[in-house]
Design a protein around this ligand. Sequence first.
Ligand code: PA5
Length: 446
Amino acid sequence: MEVKLSEKFVKDFVTESDLEDISHEVCLSHKKILDENGEGNDFLGWKNLPVNYDREEFSRIKATAEKIKGMCDVFVVIGIGGSYLGARAAIEFVKGSFYNSLAKDTPEIYFIGNSLSSSALCDLLKICEGKDICVNVISKSGVTTEPAVTFRIFRELLEKKYGKDGARERIVATTDKRRGTLKEFSDKMGYETFVVPDDIGGRYSVLSAVGLLPIAVAGIDIEKMMAGAAKAREAFLFNEDLFTNDCLKYAAYRNVLCRNGKVTEILVTYEPSLQMLCEWWKQLFGESEGKDGKGLLPDSVVFSTDLHSLGQYIQQGQRNLFETVIDIKKSSDTVIIPNDENNTDGLNFLSGKELSYVNNAAMTATLFAHADGDVPNIVIELADRSEYSFGYLVYFFELACAVSGYTLGVNPFNQPGVEAYKKNMFALLGKPGYDEQRELLESRMS
Ligand code: PA5
C-alpha cells in the first residue's frame, strides 16, 4: 500500500460513530465527483488525467526537456500559485532541497514570477550572468501580473543575449490552448507551447504540462510519476466505502474535526525536502475550501526544526488545531552516528544508530506529546520519496480535497476571493478600466 492512514493518534478525538455519522455526506460528495454533477464540475480534468493524458504532448514534453537540458545551465520557470508550486514541490521532494547545488547532468532550476520583489529578481539575474539560460513561462490565464512582468524582463534579457531567433529557441510557454495574451503572444513569436487543459485549475495542474516540463528538466521520470497517480486513482476513485478508502476517510476526519472546533490543520513533515510539498498542499486546500465563510486554515511545519518554534504553540496554545503528519517510511539515505571514545558530548547511547532512527523517535515522541496536549494527529504513511510516491500522494490529496470541499459545502474548484486584491492593485497602478475603483480607494485613503 503506497499511502496508508494510521489512525492511532486521532481515534481518541474522532470515534467510529462520528465517522459513521458523517459517512453519508462524504459518500455523497464522492458521488458528485464520480457523476460529475457537483458545483465546478467543468474543472474535473485532474480526475482522469493520470490515465487520460495527451500522449503526443507527453512525448513532446520529454523531448523538449532533453533539449533544454542540453542547451542551458540555468532553467528559469516563471509562474505563480498553481503555475509553479507543484513543479517545485516535486523537484524538491524527489531530488532534495539542495537540488541546485547538487545538479550535475541537469540545469539549475529557479522559480521566479511568484512575487513582485525587485531583490528576488535581481538576485536571479545575477545568478544568470555568464550562464546559458532557458525560460518556461507558465500562466493559464496568460494575464497574471507577477509572471507577466517577470517574463517581460527575461524576454528582454534573452533577446539581448541571443537575438530574437536565439531567444525563440530558448523560450517555452505553458498556457491556455486558445485564449489569453500569452497564447496570442507566443503564437506570434513562434515559441513552443504546451497546454494547461481547460478543465484543470492551476492548483490541480501539477500532473499536466504545467508541472511535467520543469520536473522532467530536473531529470525526474515523469512516466513513473504518472504511474503513481494512476495507481492512486485506481485505489481511491472508485471505492465508495469510507471505511476501506483512506482518501475518503481523511476527508471525513478533517470535516469531523472542523465541526468540533479544530479549524486549523497543520501538515507536518520530518523531511525538509517536503517543505514545498507543504506549500503546494496549503494552496490546494486553502484556495479550494476557504470561501463562503467556511474552510479549515491550512498551515505547515517542518519538524524537528519547528518543534523549537511553533512546537510551543502546538503543544500549549489555542486548542483549535489538529495535525496531519506525512511519515516517509523509507529514508533515501543512510547516516550512521559515529562512536566517540571520550563521549564528551554524552551521545554514545546513539553510537552506531541510524539518524533516521533518531528522526523516527522524534516523530513518535511528538505524536504522544501532542496527543497529550489535546492535538489530534492523522498520520499518512508514505512508502518513500520516489517520483512514483509523489504522483500517488498528489492524487490522494487532490481527490481528498475535492471530496472534503463538497462536504464542507463549498465549490472546491473556484477562487473568487483572489480577485479582490487584483482589482485594487490594478486600480492603484492605473490599469485602464479601473478608474471607478481607483476613485473609491482614493476617497477611502484620504
Ligand atoms: O490555482 C489557481 O488557479 C491559482 O493559484 C493560479 O494558479 C494562479 O493564480 C496563477 O494563475 P495563472 O496560471 O492564470 O497565471
